[in-house]
Design a protein around this ligand. Sequence first.
Ligand code: ATP
Ligand code: MG
Length: 419
Amino acid sequence: MRQSQLFTKTRREAPKDEVAKNAQLLIRAGYIHKEMAGVYAFLPLGLRVLKNIEHIIREEMNAIGGQQVSLTALQDKNLWEKTDRWDDAKIDNWFKTKLKNGSETGLGITHEEPLTNIMSEYVSSYRDLPAYVYQFQTKFRNETRAKSGIMRGREFLMKDLYSFSATEEQHAEFYQKAKAAYVRIFDKVGLGESTYVTFADGGIFSKYSEEFQTVSEAGEDLIYVDVQKGIAVNKEVLNDEVLAELGLKREDLIEKKSIETGNIFNLGTRFAEQLGLQFKNEAGELKHAIMGCYGIGLSRLMGTVVETLSDEKGIVWPINIAPFKAHIILVSSSEESKARAEEAYKVLGEQLDGVLYDDRDARAGEKFADADLIGLPYQILIGDKNQKDGNDNWLCEVKNRKTGEVQHVVLADIASAIK
Ligand code: ATP
Ligand code: MG
C-alpha cells in the first residue's frame, strides 16, 4: 500500500475526550475512528490488525476441531426468557429495541441461547457429540463505563466457541485442549509473557472459571500472581480454600493490575436443560449435553497489545499481527533513489504479502515520526546515503522498530531475514 493513497493520515493529537492510551495511539496513527464513547470504527490499518488476530485464532480453533458459524446479532426474546436472561434485572447491559409490530428484540450480548437452540435441532444421539462451534461476532453490551478505548467497547468483536459434550470426561478433555490453544494464541499475538491463566469466579454456572489475564497498569482487574508457577488468582476469589486447592502460598503471590483478555468456562448442563438439548446415551437414556464456553475479545486483545507494548514514540506491533511487516521509507527526492524504492515496494510487497510504502512528498523527519507512531516491525530506509555491497548491490537500511537496531541488507535478502 502506498501511503500517499492511504486515506487515513496520522495526527498529532487524539480527541480531547479520549483518555485510554490504546485508543489515543490508535486514533493518532489512523487505525481506528471514535464514533462515540465505547464505539470505534476500524480503518484500513486497524482492520488488517484485527484480521491478523482473527487468522491466528481461527487456525487454533480449527486445529482443536472447531466448526465456524455466524450467528445473528438480533436475538429472539423467547429464547432468553427460557433461560431467565432477558430481564434487565438479571442482565443489565442489553441493548433492546422493538420491531414494527411492537415485539421486542435484543442485540446479542453473547450467544449461548441461540446456539444451544440450534444444536438441539441436530443433536439426538451420543454419536452426534462432541461438537465444537465457534464464531467471530460483534457483541453489543451497554457497558456502564467505557473509558478503556477498544478494550471495553459497547460493540466489540469476540470469538466465542461453545463445546457440547456427552460426558464429563469428553468435556474435560476438550477444556484442556481449548486452554492449550489459548496459550498458543497469546504467544502468537505477542502477549505470551505477560499473560497468566487466572483462577476466577465461575459466575452463575460453576464455582470457578479460568481467565487469561494480561498484566497492565491499564487493567481494571487485580490478580495475585505466582511468577514461578506461572499462574494467578483473581482477587474476587482469593481465599484460603482456593489457595489450598491450587497449592499456592499467599506470601509467594504478587499483586498486579491486569486486563481480562480471555475467559474459559464450564457451563455444565444448565443451558441444555433450559433449552431442551438432549441426546440418547449408549444405554438409551436421555441426557443433557454438557457445555463449555471459550471467549476471547479480538478488539480487547488489539488494545492490550497497544497498551502493553508501545513506547514513547508510538505503537510497536508484534510481527504476527502487524498490519504490514515492513514500512519502506523513501528519504530522498532523487530519481535514482525513487526507482530503488519502487523496486523494493514491488519485490517486498510480493514476498511479504504487502508492505506500507511511504512515497509521500514529505520531510524525512516527519516520515520517521509517522513510521514510529504507526509501529510496523521493520522500517526500510531508502535514500541517497545507501551504500553498495562488494557485489555492487545496493544495501537498504533496515531498522527494527522495537530495538532500534539497524542492519544493512540487500533487497533480495530482506524478506527472508524478516521471516
Ligand atoms: P469483563 O469482566 O471485562 O466485563 P466479561 O467477563 O463480561 O468481561 P466475557 O463475557 O467472558 O467477558 O467475554 C469474553 C471476552 O470478551 C473477554 O475475556 C474479553 O476479552 C472480551 N470482552 C468482554 N467485554 C468486552 C468489551 N466490552 N469490549 C471488548 N472486549 C470485551
Ligand atoms: Mg469477566
